[in-house]
Design a protein around this ligand. Structure first.
Ligand code: LLP
Length: 388
């Protein structure tokens, strides 16, 4: 982080999020440079819906992947084109479906028969035809945290593979829905390209079966998101290996002529550009521990408490004495919960009251998951342009 920016941090209320939009823009350019004409990335807005961040992403020409009416609205407000918006989620409310219909979004990713019926009904009421893709549960496991795998039969997401043809038949009989594709998503923070390969092979198998049954002409395959980032060494790998990721699909997924391939990347787009900046309140030591108590808590960044997630922590206040005494801390927040711990037994240079620390790789599922528990204020989000 540049020292001129750190200087400007001093006067701000902590904790806050800082997004390095230079890195974000380079990340977006890298993604675009990896895409063929038939490949489309819809940014998963759930990862970060900060308006300034969304504007960078929409300006780069990506589409949006939304899971609520609020996200559709935020995307439209940030300049995403309606016909680049996909809308997923197991529990879409009527008003959310109507908002999608009125806006003319590209596609509803449908997760059940009852939902399909309601979309048809509401589309009839509005005099529209809803484009839908069926979200199929591919029963492909991903090597990631149990709370964020989604593609297994035990998860609540999607339609069972065995039911797929029945649902497709049903959809084709409905007057006000148009079946335009299939949708999949196997989980998040996936670093094993073999997991994505397994998804490709499953989709190939499903497409073969469909063709054998006489179903042809699906225009779109949406493979969801899930590409992970390097939380251990964000400075070494600030940009995920997008080439390897897209090449995996290019190599293993057999598309039909004219078929368009859609992705819903969230974390890989925004994680590394964001840091949660917090001020050290107290250093408290007992017989066995040094606690670094900072003013950010699990209400600002819940990932460590919820998923045991690791975020690298750096003291960004320049040291006066240039001494580099390493000390071991439990870095904790001020919330009245024992799980309000960012990291235990963490070795870092000796830190003092008043220092600013940065929790790195916090651009995805950080600010957006903040809560007001303990009547705390929500953290602000700043971008590089705010400091020039
Ligand atoms: N598409 C669908 C249908 C999804 O459910 C998700 C994420 C994505 C795309 C974007 O996945 P990504 O590219 O970001 O991995 N709060 C958790 C992550 C939850 C992910 C939920 N679904 C965390 O902080 O790790």
């Amino acid at each position: 982080m540049e020292s001129v920016i750190i200087d400007k941090f001093q006067s701000l209320r902590t904790p806050f999020y800082y997004y390095d939009t230079k890195l974000l823009d380079i990340t977006l350019d890298t993604i675009k440079s990896c895409l063929d004409e038939n490949m489309h990335v819809h940014y998963a807005v759930k990862a970060n819906a900060n308006a300034k961040v969304l504007r960078h992403i929409s300006a780069a020409g990506l589409g949006a992947d939304c899971v609520s009416g609020g996200e559709i609205q935020a995307s439209l407000d940030a300049g995403f084109k309606a016909d680049d918006i996909v809308f997923a989620g197991v529990g879409k409310s009527d008003w959310e479906i109507k908002l999608g219909l009125e806006a003319g979004i590209f596609c509803f990713n449908v997760e059940s028969i009852p939902e399909l019926e309601i979309i048809n009904e509401l589309a009839t009421e509005c005099g529209k035809v809803a484009r839908v893709a069926l979200r199929i549960n591919p029963n492909v496991g991903a090597h990631t945290h149990a709370n964020i795998t989604t593609g297994l039969a035990e998860n609540k997401f999607g339609i069972d593979m065995q039911d797929m043809q029945r649902v497709m038949r049903l959809a084709s009989e409905m007057q006000n829905v148009e079946l335009v594709g299939l949708h999949f998503h196997i989980g998040s923070q996936i670093l094993e390209m073999n997991d994505f390969r397994a998804l490709c092979l499953r989709i190939n198998e499903l497409q073969d079966n469909l063709e054998a049954e006489g179903f042809t002409g699906l225009a779109n395959i949406n493979v969801g998101g899930g590409l992970g980032v390097d939380y251990q060494a964000p400075e070494v790998n600030p940009i995920p290996n997008f080439k390897q990721y897209f090449d995996t699909y290019r190599k293993y997924l057999i598309l039909r002529p004219g078929q368009q391939l859609h992705f819903e990347l969230g974390r890989a787009v925004v994680a590394q550009c964001g840091s949660l900046i917090s001020r050290v309140l107290y250093i408290k030591s007992n017989a066995i521990k040094n606690f670094l108590i900072c003013d950010a808590g699990m209400t600002d960044l819940i990932r460590p408490a919820l998923y045991d997630a690791y975020h690298k922590i750096e003291n960004i206040t320049p040291a006066d004495d240039a001494s580099d005494n390493m000390t071991v801390y439990d870095v904790v927040g001020p919330i009245c919960e024992s799980s309000d711990v960012f990291v235990k037994n963490y070795r870092m240079p000796q830190t003092h009251r008043g220092d600013l620390i940065a929790m790195r790789s916090a651009g995805a599922y950080g600010e957006i998951m903040a809560s007001r528990y303990n009547c705390r204020l929500l953290p602000e989000g700043y971008v590089t342009e705010d400091f020039v």
